[in-house]
Design a protein around this ligand. Structure first.
Ligand code: HEM
Length: 378
């Protein structure tokens, strides 16, 4: 016996975990949620911004132009938040699932490397739009759509990696195949997973718009109410389509993983059930808000419902990962030597950093920019 694994899962590194698994898991889930909310502003806000810019070209639509201006101005900051909030879950993902995640990243090769230059190019795009829109002319519109395309490609690369790391049974065959860039294109979960995430991003982008309207309402009642209704239309319309994507994703899962949600693992069944219920309730509230004379209370409740939905869906995603890895006999590392000083330092900085970001977002939303109402829309 030479110890060569029968299981397709690579051996763990001979180093202990720096914290108990439940802390690492909690931080992975929490920081991923922050990444998701910022990423949804970036992806959803860009799509809504581009469509609204087109609609706003018709005369007599100052609200469209004011909204595009705000989305465009906020985009570089939101992208910075997406990246920063992406680094944190990346760390915890590596500690908990490194031997799977590193292997899938190596197999993806150039596709995975491409994330960094793509993010940089998109970053320049958002900066140009935010600070040079007056001099861009018709190029502005091209840059807008190009950045959206890049965001969608980055999301696709992530969806490939996150689904490939759950398929250690494929690792050897892909490696033996040679080549320097592989995706997980043959996996039946890839497209429903990706489309479900991207449509959710657009819907949540709509909720960001409604939330912005809610905050603006006391100072600019007409614009505030318009933005609430406009964002609510995006949220409810896109979510109605996304319900089908969610069920497609569920039914595309391997039998054993899907079965987890049908009763044998109560927490999985509970978070999926509550997530669907909260999602449908939020969709209904936002549908009503889109047509209500006073949308504020409905939007307030919708934001609450959405937060419950996002928490549940992130936990559902975690259950998908657990279920898939259980079928591969993945064993988490049991050797733990906690580095308490570092853990506490991280927690303190995380709380301070999060509060600072909340303060910055509030200041950004409340400040606006002089002249934004009539600024040029690229
Ligand atoms: C605009 C840029 C980005 C977009 C559109 C984006 C999009 C996504 C999407 C769609 C997922 C979910 C994939 C899936 O589960 O199938 C994801 C996960 C993730 N992203 Fe991003 N991302 C971006 C930038 C980044 C950056 C720069 C980092 C790291 C520095 C990052 C770190 C992560 C991590 C670690 C996960 C997985 C977390 C987990 O599985 O628990 N992202 N991202």
């Amino acid at each position: 016996m030479n110890g060569f694994p029968l299981s397709p899962v690579p051996f763990p590194d001979p180093v202990p975990q720096p914290a108990p698994a439940w802390i690492l898991w909690g931080l992975l889930v929490f920081t991923f949620m922050l990444h998701l909310l910022a990423m949804n502003f970036v992806v959803g806000g860009s799509v809504i911004g581009a469509v609204t810019a087109r609609l706003g070209r018709r005369a007599g639509r100052p609200h469209h132009m004011a909204l595009v201006r705000w989305l465009t101005d906020a985009m570089p900051i939101a992208l910075a938040a997406t990246i920063t909030f992406g680094v944190a879950p990346l760390l915890f993902l590596q500690v908990l699932y490194g031997r799977l995640f590193f292997t899938s990243s190596v197999l993806m090769g150039w596709f995975w490397f491409a994330v960094v230059p793509l993010v940089m190019v998109a970053y320049y795009g958002t900066y140009l739009l935010a600070f040079k829109s007056a001099s861009l002319g018709h190029w502005g519109s091209w840059i807008r759509w190009l950045t959206i395309f890049i965001f969608l490609v980055i999301g696709f690369i992530f969806a490939n990696n996150m689904s490939l790391m759950l398929r250690p049974d494929l690792f050897r065959a892909i490696y033996a195949d040679g080549g320097t860039a592989h995706g997980n294109f043959g996996d039946p979960t890839l497209w429903p997973r990706y489309l479900h995430l991207m449509l959710a991003a657009v819907a949540i982008g709509g909720m960001w718009v409604s939330g912005y309207g809610l905050i603006c309402r006391p100072r600019r009642p007409e614009f505030g109410e318009w933005a609430m209704r406009y964002g609510a239309r995006w949220f409810s319309g896109v979510t109605a389509v996304n319900l089908f994507m969610g069920f497609w994703f569920l039914f595309s899962l391997p039998g054993e993983t899907m079965a987890r949600f049908m009763g044998p693992v109560p927490v999985a069944t509970f978070v999926l059930g509550l997530g669907i219920f909260a999602g449908m309730t939020t969709m209904t509230l936002m549908f009503l808000a889109a047509n209500a004379p006073r949308p504020s209370p409905l939007v307030g409740c919708g934001i609450g419902g959405l937060l419950v939905t996002v928490v549940c869906m992130v936990l559902v995603r975690d259950q998908v990962r657990r279920g898939a890895l259980a079928t591969m006999n993945f064993e988490p590392v049991q050797w733990v030597e906690p580095q308490w000083f570092n853990i506490i330092l991280f927690l303190v900085l995380l709380v301070a950093g999060t509060l600072t970001v909340v303060w910055m977002v509030r200041a950004l939303v409340l400040a606006g920019r002089p002249g934004t109402e009539d600024g040029p829309v690229p």
